[in-house]
Design a protein around this ligand. Structure first.
Ligand SMILES: *Cc1c(COP(=O)(O)O)cnc(C)c1O
Length: 747
């Protein structure tokens, strides 16, 4: 496999007809003769954007000549420029070779701290271009060879080797596709390498994911080193699966477990699968529908014991000591916890502390996050409890979909038994893992190696904060008379840079979050997630009179303009500044929002501004954008829906049976399908999850209360009234009569 990483030459004479121009072009020619492309530029223009090229090149050659040192002032400037260049490169890349190219005397002028970062000084006219080229190319190749982490390296080697395979997958390195026209299309679309690299676990030289051997194991160890944990496992079926693995290695039927009520549904699946008895910690929630932190007092063992005592099924447990605590670390809206505080409170009281960090794999790579993530450099071990973190590599880092990883920190008194852990791992892994996903886990980890990883996280943070500043600037320009979108976050925003951690912590009683009396230093907002608030609803749950802009309309509008957002709430939606974000992308968001405002203020008809939507839902053809917003807004207002959803999520859920027992009734079809009118007081066999926010509302074995039924009826009426804007509720099924039903346990 030949990779294309040119050697980049920066020389102001690169195109000149003088001696120095001839000399540098001769060197370029000699390098190309050695088989590496050369990219020649006469200056680097904007340094920061130029240095982004470090990811594309295999070496830099920077020309500098004696004239630049003709006076003390000129000399000082030349050295400062050079130092800035080297520092910018080394901020992101510790290893790419940098050569200086100049006259012999030039070296004398260059201070040691700069020279130290050089791979060599090329003396013009001292050696032949061919000799220098071989030297530079050797260093460049050496650098490239050091890049690939173990598994990716082995996979590239294997795919390049073109050996004939007799093992599965049946497409045999893509050959099967070539035998049919549509297969040809598939082959052309994905390309030869993707198919050649799609191999099965019979290939010994690549190692095994399932027993963690060979290059796979070497890569997992490499990632463990980079992420600073004791054990790290790649998982190719998403964090949904990682969570189930962590649970199955430690939880048995009847065990008491402590769970964040606003957890991902994979945790609820874990409860059902293990047969655990859950007690829930209840997070705060504001009327925007934003889920806040679980207050510190909820974590006290006294509070947890009270909940256990109140649970009707806890008596079945062999021990009252909870097996596991699972916390969503970084909620959908980006609220994180101080993990050391939780460890201090619960070490030894709960066997395993599990942080579902699906959205937080970047946090270990920036000082900004401090103790607000689970596992990292210099973090103290618990005395007794094991700490687990599960991370969706694919959500925030450069992983393919389903790329995920499990991080483990042993305690002072206990080490993970890897053999036992792996039994749980096997329980949930396909015996045919997708090798491209493993390779992306490997590469995503290698990308986070300092200094490159921290530089990437720094960039995401900076862009996220720049975006907030840009939104405020637009707001200021519109002035008080005009409406504009707000980005949810602390009032104070540093004028430059990302600000301090303190700037982003949630403090008691602040009105921007509305989560009330929070403990000091316990929670922070991750700026990388930006929740955008649309007008129409205030923090008390009051709707503005007559006008409001439901977020669902904004996000549909944005979608027609090529912008897909991550999650939509009632009057908020959020976007993420992953390491893939660019300035262009968020600037487009700002301009599209301005476009929306324009179209809204003019009440443009929908056929004009949302033609794709109208093709599917012609009934809104002549409705104006503002009129539609107001129609939906008044429907929300008349149902007081902000308060209703908040109440429903905070209402006391009464377990009538263990989740696993309710599921067993389902498996045996010992259930009845009931319409909404008959639900109150009945026990659900289904997991009921409204989207948004995608947080489970009712868990198998719990009873429907009046608030939840009221919400479901609202959703039914809303969906009938506004087709195209349906609230999706998993767990609801349409009966033969077209009405919504839920499967409940037979009385
Ligand atoms: C997305 C998510 C998961 C599941 O991750 P996948 O990689 O999509 O399987 C688990 N927990 C939380 C909090 C999530 O947001």
């Amino acid at each position: 496999m030949k990779f294309n990483f040119p050697i980049i030459i920066i020389d102001e004479d690169f195109r000149s007809e003088n001696t120095s121009g001839l000399g540098i072009r001769a060197l370029a020619k000699a390098i190309e003769a050695e088989g590496i492309e050369v990219l020649g530029v006469t200056s680097y223009g904007d340094l920061t954007s130029f240095v982004q090229q470090q990811s594309r090149g295999s070496a830099f050659i920077l020309s500098i000549d004696d004239e630049e040192f003709s006076s003390p002032e000129a000399s000082a400037k030349a050295v400062a420029d050079l130092r800035a260049f080297v520092e910018e490169i080394r901020f992101r890349n510790a290893d790419i070779p940098i050569f200086l190219h100049g006259e012999t005397r030039t070296t004398r002028h260059i201070p040691n701290d700069v020279l130290r970062e050089m791979h060599g000084f090329i003396h013009m006219f001292e050696d032949t271009p061919e000799f220098i080229a071989r030297y530079v190319v050797r260093e460049a190749r050496h650098y490239l060879e050091s890049l690939a982490p173990p598994f990716f390296r082995a996979l590239v080697h294997y795919a390049a080797d073109s050996s004939y395979s007799w093992h599965c997958p049946g497409h045999s390195g893509g050959v099967a596709f070539l035998k049919s026209p549509v297969g040809q299309m598939f082959h052309q679309f994905f390309g030869e390498n993707m198919l050649r690299a799609d191999v099965c676990n019979a290939v010994d030289e690549l190692g095994q994911l399932l027993d963690h051997t060979g290059p796979v194991a070497a890569s997992e160890r490499n990632a463990a080193r980079i992420f600073n944990c004791d054990h790290l496992y790649f998982v190719t079926n998403g964090t949904s699966t990682s969570n189930k693995m962590v649970w199955h290695t430690t939880v048995a039927p009847g065990d008491i477990v402590v769970v964040d009520r606003n957890c991902h549904k994979s945790i609820l699946h874990s409860i059902i699968m293990t047969g655990a008895v859950p007690v829930f910690l209840t997070p705060t929630r504001n009327h925007y529908g934003i889920i806040g932190p679980i207050p510190l007092r909820e974590f006290s063992m006294e509070n947890i014991e009270k909940k256990i005592a109140a649970n009707p099924f806890a008596h079945e447990a062999r021990s009252k000591k909870p097996r596991i605590l699972t916390i969503t670390q970084s909620t959908y809206d980006g609220v994180v916890y101080n993990v050391e505080t939780i460890k201090d409170m619960l070490d030894g009281q709960i066997d395993t502390l599990h942080f579902d960090e699906a959205w937080l794999p970047h946090a270990a790579f920036h000082d900004f996050y401090g103790d607000y993530h689970a596992i990292g450099a210099d973090r103290p071990r618990c005395r007794e409890s094991m700490v687990f973190s599960t991370q969706s590599t694919h959500k925030m880092l450069a992983g393919l979909s389903q790329a995920s990883q499990i991080l483990v920190q042993d305690s002072q008194t206990r080490k993970l038994d890897r053999d036992i852990f792996n039994e749980a791992y096997l329980m949930h892994t396909s015996t045919s893992p997708q090798y491209a996903i493993i390779a992306s886990c490997d590469v995503a980890a290698a990308m986070m190696e300092p200094p490159g990883g921290p530089a990437l996280v720094n960039e995401s943070l900076s862009e996220a904060v720049e975006f907030r500043r840009a939104m405020r600037k637009v707001d200021a320009e519109f002035g008080d008379e005009e409406w504009w979108f707000k980005v949810w976050g602390p009032e104070f925003l540093a004028e430059e840079g990302i600000g301090s951690r303190e700037d982003w912590t949630l403090k008691a009683g602040e009105s921007w979050h509305g989560f009330g009396d929070l403990a000091e230093g316990f929670n922070m907002l991750d700026p990388i997630k930006a929740t955008i608030i649309t007008p129409g609803l205030n923090m008390d749950g009051d709707f503005a009179d007559h006008t409001g802009i439901p977020a669902g309309i904004v996000t549909k509008y944005l979608a027609e303009h090529g912008i897909i957002v991550e999650k939509t709430g009632l009057y908020s939606f959020f976007i993420m500044f992953t390491i893939g974000i660019t300035k262009g992308r968020w600037n487009t968001m700002v301009t599209e929002l301005q476009q929306f405002k324009d179209d809204y203020d003019r009440n443009q008809p929908l056929w004009r501004v949302m033609p794709e939507f109208i093709a599917k839902h012609p009934r809104y053809e002549r409705v104006g954008l503002k009129d539609l917003c107001n129609q939906i807004h008044s429907f929300y207002t008349s149902h007081d829906i902000a308060r209703l959803t908040t109440e429903m999520y905070l209402s006391d859920m009464v377990p009538a049976m263990k989740p696993a027992d309710a599921w067993a009734r389902m498996a045996h079809r010992d259930i009845e399908r009931l319409p909404l009118d008959e639900l109150e007081g009945r026990v659900t066999a289904m997991l009921v999850t409204p989207y948004p926010p995608g947080i489970p509302l009712l868990i198998p074995g719990e009873r429907f209360n009046a608030t939840i039924v009221r919400y479901l009826k609202f959703a039914r009426d809303f969906n009938a009234r506004f087709p195209g804007f349906e609230t999706d509720i998993h767990g609801l099924v349409k009966g033969e009569d077209g009405r919504y039903h839920v499967d409940c346990v037979k009385d």
